[in-house]
Every structure is written in C-alpha cells, then in structure tokens.
Design a protein around this ligand. Structure first.
Ligand code: ZN
Length: 390
C-alpha cells in the first residue's frame, strides 16, 4: 500500500522512494531515465522497479522510443493508490479538492463564508465535506495520505496556526489551531501554508517545464502574492503574503484600512475599486456589493471603465516593482477581474511592462492563471504529497 510505503522511513526504503518520486515527477519514465538521474547499479534498479510493480505502486504504460534494440518499457505510478485533500480558506469562501496521487481531480466541495462562519463552524463543515467526498467516491479512509490547507495569513506554519488575518466576516478568526483541529478528525499529516503560495505551487506543478521562477499575484478583497524559486516556495516566517497589499504605490495617497497612506490595497482591492466607482455618481448614490454588479455596470459606461483602469494602473506599478526585485521568469495573475475584464487585464500588463526595469522587459511572461478558482486548493493538496517525501 502506498501509505505504508511512504511512511517507511528506513534507510533501505529511501532509494525506492526516490525511484517512485522520479516516476511521479516525470509522468512516464524508462529505466534509462532512472539511471541518468539516480546513481545506482542497473541490477539494483531492476530489483526496485520489480518490487514497486509487485506492490501495485507502479505499472508499465507503453514503450518509449527505441535506440536500436527493443523499445524500453515506460513506467507510471498507479493513480488511485492514494488520495490527498487540499483546502483553500479565503476570506470569502472555502474550496475543498480531492485529488489522486497523479493530481487528477476526483471531487470537489465549495461553500461561502458568512457572518456565522466562525472557525469552529467552518472547520466542522470542512470535516463533514471531506467525509462526504470520500464516501461519494468510495475511498476508504486509509487511502487518504494527508490534508493540505492554503489559508489567508499571517500564519505560524510550524505550529499550524492561523494568527490574525484581516477581513473575515465572522468573529473568532484569531489564533486558530487549524492543523490540530484537522488532526483530531483525521489521523494523517496536515500541512498549513499561505493560499497564495499553494496557488503558486499548483501553477508551477502544472507548467513545471516552462517556469523556473514564478510570481503569483492574487487580487480580490485582499491582495496577496506567492513566489516560487526553482520549485521551492519562498516562505516568510509568518506566511504573511497579505503584506504585499500594503506596499506603498502612492506616497501620501489614499488612506488604507491599515491606517497608512498610499497602500496598494487602497487602490486595487475590490472594496477600494467599489468606493472609487461609487464616488463617480453625482446623482443617485449607490453601493456596489459584488464584482458581478461592477462588471454589469461597465457595459457602455466609460466613466466606470476609466475608474477601473485607474486601479489597473496602480496594480501594474506594483507588479513592475515586484518584478524588479524578484526577477521572476513568469508572472501569473489570478482574480475575478483579471479573468473577466479583458480591458483591466490588458491595462495591468501594459503598465507593468512600461514600468519594469528595461532589461527585464523582454524576459518575463505575464499571463492569467490556468487553474482558475481551484488553484489554491489544488496546490494545498500537492503540498501534502511533497511533504510526504521529506
Ligand atoms: Zn495598508
């Protein structure tokens, strides 16, 4: 069984794990591929591959290209030998993804966070949903390898605590021992990271060969970003990727919710955009509640589009600053406005390219996220699998 195999930390098992991990990473691999990457005698390798196959953890899957003789057999991991759960906890919703070990989506649950969703209510509901997902897909609990959580920071990742995030509607989101809470319901490893980092990890994993260093920016009710350097998340001690929303982009500018002036948040968060648009009304005052309402108002209304593009301008400047500091090869933008307003998206890119230091301009790819709403939850699940190999 995969779980027992992964939990076996004996020295004897380490090499076998490396072979398994290599097959997992490559998708399909031949014995020649292994010998190129792992320095072991061919006879040892043949024995290990045989053992992994006998245990039902890997299987042959077609043949590679022949280099003269018989074409080499290709191996892949057997997908449904283990499953991981990834949970995204944002300020507005919870997304739960069930993936098999090939990171294929098996099932999903999602719910909105309201004024009644305190941590206890929310986590009970997540636990219930995980059990329902496992039942619906007839997955016995002992095939669950672990749970990953991508949450809003700041966090204490080591101790598994959500510290004191801003912006939750319900009371009580302070010092939440989230890892302990999940561990008391499921006897599996639980990993906590920031949602911006897990989302970045998901994008990276799905496009590994095109990216070396990736900056992942989320814009919504808060602004967050994650950075992956050669496959590894850049983790700050408190996992506080929300601080990105408080970089100063206009000295002495608008007052931010944090009390300072000119923060990115005060120009780019949904609430900031709503407020600036509400101010355009010189007749009947109105209040914007959702981005869908905003998108509806945009049709044939140049004043509102102008306000939206003003926000895109500030976002573009912030991204240019981040690019100049971190030198990513790819920047992935994630957020409802990015996905649903082409004008907004194009303006963000135009302004960031305009403000980037010239040598970076032609070396960076800026694109939308390819996994949409699910990226943080999928990445939280991927993080579990990575954690099991440490
Ligand atoms: Zn601020």
């Amino acid at each position: 069984m995969l779980k027992a195999f992964l939990e076996d930390d004996s020295a004897k098992n380490q090499l076998k794990k490396s072979v398994y991990q290599l097959i997992h990473k490559k998708g399909k691999a031949s014995k020649v591929d292994f010998l190129n990457e792992i320095n072991i005698p061919q006879t040892t390798l043949t024995r290990m591959v045989g053992e992994l196959e006998a245990r039902g953890l890997i299987r042959t899957s077609g043949y590679g290209e022949s280099s003269g003789g018989r074409p080499p057999a290709l191996y892949e991991v057997v997908p449904n030998t283990g499953f991981v759960i990834g949970i995204e906890i944002s300020r507005t919703h919870v997304n739960i993804a069930l993936l098999n070990i090939k990171f294929e989506s098996i099932g999903q649950k999602r719910f909105t966070l309201t004024y009644s969703h305190t941590p206890v209510v929310t986590i009970d509901k997540v636990i219930h949903n995980i059990n329902v997902l496992l039942e619906e897909h007839l997955i016995p609990i002992d095939l669950l390898l672990g749970i990953g959580v991508g949450a809003v920071g700041p966090l204490d990742r080591e101790k598994g605590i959500i510290l004191n995030p801003e912006g939750f509607l319900a009371e009580g989101w302070k010092d939440v021992y989230i890892v302990t809470m999940f561990q008391s319901a499921f006897a599996v490893p639980v990993f906590l990271n920031n949602g911006a980092n897990t989302a970045a990890l998901a994008e990276y994993e799905y496009h590994e060969f095109e990216n070396e260093d990736m900056l992942y920016c989320i814009s919504g009710y808060g602004i967050r970003c994650g950075f992956i350097n050669k496959g590894v998340s850049l983790n700050f001690r408190e996992g506080d990727t929300s601080s990105y929303g408080h970089i100063i982009i206009e000295p002495n500018g608008r007052t931010c919710i944090c009390g300072k002036k000119g923060c990115l948040n005060a120009y780019v968060s949904f609430d900031a955009i709503f407020k600036s648009i509400e101010e355009t009304s010189n007749q009947t005052p109105f209040k914007l509640k959702t981005v869908d309402e905003l998108l509806g108002l945009l049709i044939n209304n140049d004043d509102i589009l102008k306000k939206l593009l003003e926000s895109a301008y500030y976002y573009g400047i912030a991204i240019a600053n981040m690019i100049n500091i971190l030198h990513p090869s790819t920047v992935v933008l994630h957020g409802k406005l990015i996905y649903e307003s082409e004008d907004y998206y194009k303006e963000v890119i135009r302004v960031s390219k305009e403000h980037m230091y010239s040598t970076r301009r032609n070396n960076v790819v800026i694109r939308k996220g390819s996994l949409g709403e699910d990226s943080a939850a999928i990445g939280a699940a991927i993080q579990v699998f990575r954690g099991l190999f440490k």
